[in-house]
Design a protein around this ligand. Structure first.
Ligand SMILES: Nc1nc2c(ncn2[C@@H]2O[C@H](COP(=O)(O)OP(=O)(O)OP(=O)(O)O)[C@@H](O)[C@H]2O)c(=O)[nH]1
Ligand SMILES: [Mg+2]
Length: 334
């Protein structure tokens, strides 16, 4: 029995082992990813991001509980911490989750960090999500901290992205400062039991109203893939990110949040956005892998000495960079 068959049969140890291999980009994982790929594309991926301390982990815990208890869904959680040197195990915060979800075979929590991921954190997160998807998890929650490029890349993986805010973190809305508001499909004001909820909500509302009404569907490689406003309006109403209050210490607002996520999922399906996003995502992945492969081949075929020599010629203005590329690639990759 291959490890993948074991995973399909619910072998958690086999799953855990494969996740480690995938995260480390181990050679065995490549074959497994090929084998499981036809079984992917079914899970709903939910990205959860926001400033440190807004209650993301607590919220993810509540989401997982709700999906288990009220929706009978299998839930996987990927906690991504790009700053953490630890991976493949439990990090702080997971202990909280463990208490409520321990022993439930319908839940799997995985923490990962940058260590060992050659293709970048976004690529290894995508692969880990793919393993969960193939293993039959209905919901895959990807939690990231902060607002770096890696968070934005990871948000792109998700079908529905939640941006979590909390009152009392100062006057500024953290996400606006960090520029992650535009990736939000749903805005969550967590810690709604705290004073200042109204102010935070009001600030978010006015930000949304200021934002251009035609929300970007996706864009990459300079190709404009925006859905023209008139087109969207004529067939499907635009998705306006709703603002949802939650209290993650007791689960308040979580059923409503899950309803909003479900509404967004049907919006994605009906508007064709899900297919568009999927296509853009897979195309970007394909292009990235081609680039990696070509650079690798280039390095293998062209000696360092030759490369240095051409570089020197460029420095001496004997060759332009454009001519140099032609010269180095001459006869290759036709
Ligand atoms: N009052 C109140 N406290 C909350 C709520 N949600 C989370 N907290 C508390 O806020 C603190 C931070 O919660 P976490 O869930 O660890 O927040 P986080 O966003 O995951 O934090 P980082 O992973 O460090 O970015 C904890 O002490 C939680 O108990 C809430 O709804 N109300
Ligand atoms: Mg956390």
């Amino acid at each position: 029995m291959t490890s993948f068959q074991a995973i399909l049969e619910g072998d958690r140890l086999a799953l855990s082992r494969l996740l480690t291999q995938v995260e480390n980009d181990a050679p065995e994982s490549r074959a497994a990813l090929i084998e499981l790929f036809p079984h992917t594309g079914r899970a709903h991926l939910i990205g959860v991001t926001g400033a440190p301390g807004t209650g993301k982990s607590s919220l993810v815990n509540q989401l997982a509980l709700h999906y288990r208890k009220a929706k009978d869904k299998r839930v996987a959680v990927i906690a991504v911490d790009p700053t953490s040197p630890f991976s493949g195990g439990a990090v702080l915060g997971d202990r909280v989750r463990m208490r409520d979800l321990a022993g439930d075979p319908g839940v799997f929590i995985r923490s990962m960090a940058t260590r060992g991921s050659l293709g970048g954190l976004a690529q290894s997160t995508a692969n880990v999500a793919r393993v969960f998807d193939a293993a039959g998890f209905d919901i895959v929650v990807i939690e990231t901290v902060g607002a770096g490029q890696s968070e934005v890349d990871i948000a792109r993986l998700a079908h529905t992205t939640l941006v979590v805010e909390a009152p009392g973190l100062g006057d500024d809305i953290q996400a606006i400062k960090a520029g992650i508001l535009e990736i939000a499909d749903i805005l969550v004001v967590n810690k709604a039991d705290r004073p200042g909820v109204e102010a935070t909500e009001k600030a978010l509302k006015s930000m949304l109203e200021l934002a251009h009404p035609a929300r970007r569907v996706f864009r990459h490689h300079g190709i404009e893939m925006e859905t023209p406003l008139y087109q969207v309006e004529s067939r499907h109403p635009l998705w306006i990110p709703p603002i949802q209050r939650t209290i993650s210490i007791d689960g308040g607002g979580v059923p409503e949040l899950v309803e909003a996520i479900e509404r967004h999922a049907s919006y994605l399906a009906q508007s064709g956005d899900r297919a568009l996003r999927e296509r853009a995502r897979l195309e970007a992945e394909l292009e990235g892998l081609i680039r990696e492969e070509l650079v690798e081949r280039f390095r293998r075929e062209i000696s360092a000495a030759r490369y240095e020599k051409v570089l020197e010629q460029i420095l001496q203005r004997e060759l332009s960079p454009g001519e140099a590329v032609k010269l180095l690639l001459n006869g290759r990759f036709k």
